[in-house]
Design a protein around this ligand. Structure first.
Ligand code: FES
Length: 103
């Protein structure tokens, strides 16, 4: 079953930035890429890096630990040392809030 989870106000995440949001067991990074919101797990799949603290370049996030890169929209690895994609979530904005669907 899919659960809808409200994460934060959309205007709390400026264009070109990311915000770390914790909700229950989830630790997430909310990205605003040119006005569209995307959500991934915050923890890098390679180690302890926090993706919300990484460097955003277009739709790529570079982990600030070992500079691995992921596609923010798909979670796919763009650059090593990361090997495992980061989990992404179906994301929408409803009533000014960023909302995801969690399985
Ligand atoms: Fe992110 Fe190593 S912890 S690249």
């Amino acid at each position: 079953m899919t659960t809808r989870v409200e994460l934060c106000k959309a205007d709390a995440v400026a264009v070109g930035t990311a915000l770390k949001v914790e909700n229950g067991d989830l630790i997430l990074a909310v990205f605003n890429i040119e006005g569209t919101y995307y959500v991934t797990d915050d923890t890098c799949t390679h180690g302890p890096g926090s993706l919300s603290e990484g460097y955003i370049d277009g739709d790529v996030i570079e982990c600030n630990f070992h500079n691995g890169q992921f596609d923010i929209k798909t979670g796919e690895v763009v650059s090593p040392p990361c090997m495992i994609p980061v989990k992404t979530y179906k994301t929408a904005v409803e009533n000014g809030m960023v909302v995801i669907e969690v399985d």
